[in-house]
Design a protein around this ligand. Structure first.
Ligand code: PHE
Length: 343
């Protein structure tokens, strides 16, 4: 014990006398005293040889010594001259700073924003609603009563504790909420994330993004639907793109139609993307079913309307030729930074 105390006293003198100077000398001081094989560590290791009844006292002395060395090191560092890592005086403020990487918008957001801005120009307002929905807003109000076979068209995630709640399968639920709270004329688009219980692959995912639209007023006709969607396609994909409507079925619209555009990849000649037909489907649409209007107390003799719904992933795939849906949610910066835009 006595010998150790003497040793520490000697060390203290030595440390106190240190003047270091350049950054290199300060670093040498650090290694000698505070490094992993330094003298402070070494003397700390002596603790194990100290008798139990003196451990507490000796521990305190050791700690004080350690703090003494660390404080000295900080002082030496601050006063160091020249060399890398030297004191404040050596920092060159005129050097350029480290660049901060600026992120880019996600391609799905870019395209969603483009879709929204096109419909905004036609007077559509944006409406949003909850992703966890009740059965009524997602299905019932949309003319899909509980035993309706068309429910199978959308594989639904139900909430275990209470199957009256589910993850919305389309943003038609938002249209329901708009009809519930607003009177015609109604002109809204509903962008948002939707969920379906599908096995994840290049072509399907358990969630995707939609923009659905709803227009209700007096004298709204199928011609309005066609012209509105035609305008959208030309703004989105260019003037040369052709459209065609195919009869289809949706419980909430009658008549219903799916809309195709001429394939952007092969220009209509036929390729893998359009399965050699020259056409690709981009959305579902139709005239709002009178029952849906009645569900919200809207007079179906006075008012008519059209609705449509499209997948943002699909539009993005066609616009940017992304051939695997999974890329959108893998957060790979090499993929994401290829998309630039200011919208
Ligand atoms: N809700 C339909 C879907 O998600 C799309 C759609 C909306 C079709 C409006 C017609 C009219 O599949």
């Amino acid at each position: 014990m006595e010998a150790l105390l003497q040793k520490i006293a000697g060390y203290k003198e030595e440390v106190a006398a240190e003047v270091a100077g350049t950054a290199d000398l300060v670093e040498a001081f650090r290694i000698k005293w505070l490094g992993t094989k330094g003298l402070v560590k070494a003397i700390m290791a002596e603790m194990k040889n100290v008798p139990v009844d003196q451990k507490k006292e000796f521990g305190q002395i050791l700690n004080e010594f350690k703090i003494f060395v660390e404080t000295k090191y900080e002082t030496l560092k601050e006063n160091a001259t020249g060399g890398a890592g030297a004191g404040a005086a050596a920092i060159d403020l005129s050097l350029p700073g480290d660049p901060i990487a600026v992120g880019t918008r996600h391609p799905l957001n870019l395209v969603r924003n483009q879709i929204v801005s096109i419909f905004k120009r036609l007077g559509f307002a944006v409406a949003e609603g909850p992703e966890i929905e009740d059965d009524w807003h997602n299905f019932g109000a949309m003319n899909l009563p509980e035993d309706h076979p068309a429910r199978d068209m959308q594989d639904t995630f139900y909430i275990n504790q209470d199957p009256a709640w589910l993850l919305r399968t389309h943003t038609s639920s938002v249209q329901a909420r708009v009809m519930e709270t607003q009177k015609p004329p109604i002109r809204v688009i509903c962008p948002g994330r939707v969920y379906r219980n599908e096995t994840i692959s290049a072509r399907a995912h358990c969630f995707f993004h939609q923009v659905e639209g709803l227009y209700i007023d007096e004298n709204v006709s199928f011609a309005d639907l066609k012209q509105t969607l035609y305008f959208f396609v030309q703004e989105m994909f260019g003037k040369d793109v052709k459209v065609r409507f195919r009869p289809s079925y949706f419980p909430f619209t009658e008549p219903s139609a799916e809309m195709d555009i001429s394939c952007l990849i092969c220009g209509g000649d036929g390729c893998n993307i359009c399965k050699h037909t020259g056409w690709v489907e981009i959305l579902g649409s139709g005239m709002v079913h009178p029952k849906v209007l009645q569900n919200f107390g809207i007079d179906s003799n006075k008012y008519t309307g059209f609705a449509f719904g499209m997948g943002v992933e699909r539009i993005t795939q066609l616009k940017y030729q992304v051939n695997d849906l999974r890329l959108y949610s893998q957060n790979d910066v090499r993929f994401l930074k290829q998309f630039t835009g200011t919208v």
